[in-house]
Ligand binder design. Structure first.
Ligand SMILES: *Cc1c(COP(=O)(O)O)cnc(C)c1O
Ligand code: SF4
Length: 378
């Protein structure tokens, strides 16, 4: 079996560790240490990796608009000292974030409009999304909620979510609650357990889905005890967000394994990102690696037109072409669904490379096989 991708191809992990003051292994493995030592200055990264920075004149404006924050662990996954590295692209601010912001929206999916009570987004009949905090362990540069970073960090308390609980209670059609953020798994544990307990206690809610990127940016958080406490409010599912095979480290795979063993199935939502994962070989390695980690690739999202993230968008055609290249060659289990999120809260649409390609002269339907043969089907 191929081994998971190991970080540190040319001593970069060590460079990051040294720049962090060479923490002892027990510190490095402690999620609190990781959060406390988060890196918020791109120049620090430039120095640690001996990369030219040269963005001084824009840095202040950039950082006050879309601040940086990354765990030392996530930064240490860097594969090469180059700003185009897929890990660096996801966590270090890029002056491109400030361009064309007028052409995009801070909230293209109109989440704020579809929010009947504070913290809750109710768009689909049978599920609702609960935004619990704007705090994340790492600020992903492509984030669709990056509009919330420049305001002070907030986390809802159980009290401020009372109207949301009441709403869920009154709307029995809601069978699934997606606990989201920010990252809900950064909430103080007492708040988190009370919150999950309250949702679990609503008879019409059958499933809780927790949206979190911690398996990717802070896998240290998933001790067996923590996973078991989460599973107590079952059925609990975790939806996570791996974008690149370099993120599938031994530590991340072990974290997923502990969630699975506690009884929590995991699905993954990848965002298609230009210069990060917009290649068939990268996606193939990512999706098959996720399967080995017992994580089901669920969605591949086309990038939303979010202000500050336009430079990551690939075009929908590109996504469809990549899916066409992968399907049939990859286990069906490893294939996610390609989807776009329509503007103004119209919701997600699943897109598929077209398989039907017309009707033959005698009226039989024609389909394209994965090997590109045109085949009759009567
Ligand atoms: C994406 C999303 C969901 C979940 O959709 P699924 O297709 O079930 O994953 C629910 N509510 C909102 C507001 C969403 O944006
Ligand atoms: S973890 Fe999610 S919400 Fe947080 S910055 Fe990344 S994409 Fe955005």
């Amino acid at each position: 079996m191929p081994s998971p991708v190991q970080p540190n191809p040319d001593g970069l992990l060590n460079a990051i560790r040294e720049a962090c003051g060479s923490p002892a292994p027990h510190e490095w493995g402690d999620w609190r240490w990781q959060l406390e030592n988060s890196i918020t200055d791109p120049e620090w990264v430039a120095e640690a990796l001996q990369l030219p920075w040269g963005r001084e004149h824009e840095a202040d404006h950039l950082l006050s608009t879309f601040p940086m924050s990354v765990t030392p662990y996530y930064l240490s996954l860097v594969q090469r000292a180059d700003w185009r590295d897929p890990i660096l692209r996801q966590c270090v601010p890029d002056p491109a974030e400030l361009r064309n912001r007028q052409a995009a929206s801070p909230d293209p999916l109109a989440e704020e409009r579809d929010s009947p009570v504070p913290g809750l987004v109710h768009r689909y009949p049978d599920r609702a999304l609960l935004v619990t905090t704007n705090w994340c362990a790492t600020h992903c540069r492509h984030c669709m909620r990056k509009r919330t970073w420049s305001t002070a960090r907030y986390t809802h308390s159980v009290e401020t979510l009372e109207p949301a609980f009441a709403y869920l209670q009154e709307h029995a059609g809601i069978r699934e609650v997606i606990v989201s953020g920010g990252d809900p798994l950064l909430l103080p544990e007492t708040v988190l357990s009370t919150l999950l307990e309250r949702i679990h206690a609503i008879p019409s809610v059958e499933v809780i889905r927790i949206g979190t990127r911690l398996p990717v940016v802070l896998p240290q958080r998933f001790t067996s005890a923590f996973c078991e406490r989460l599973a107590a409010w079952g059925p609990v599912w975790v939806a996570t967000h791996f974008n690149h095979p370099a993120e599938l480290t031994t530590g991340a795979i072990e974290a997923c394994g502990r969630l699975c063993r506690a009884g929590i199935p995991i699905v993954n939502q990848t965002v298609l990102l230009r210069g990060v994962n917009d290649r068939a070989d990268v996606l193939r390695e990512l999706f098959t690696g996720l399967l080995r980690a017992r994580v089901k690739p669920y969605y591949l999202f086309h990038g939303d037109p979010v202000a500050g993230a336009l430079h990551f968008r690939t075009g929908v055609e590109k996504g469809l072409a990549l899916m066409a290249e992968l399907q049939g060659r990859l286990s069906g289990l490893a294939l996610p669904t390609f989807a776009i999120d329509l503007p103004d809260g119209h919701g997600k649409v699943r897109l598929h490379p077209t398989g039907a390609c017309g009707i033959s002269g005698d009226g039989a339907a024609l389909y394209k096989s994965y090997r590109d043969a045109t085949v009759r089907y009567t």
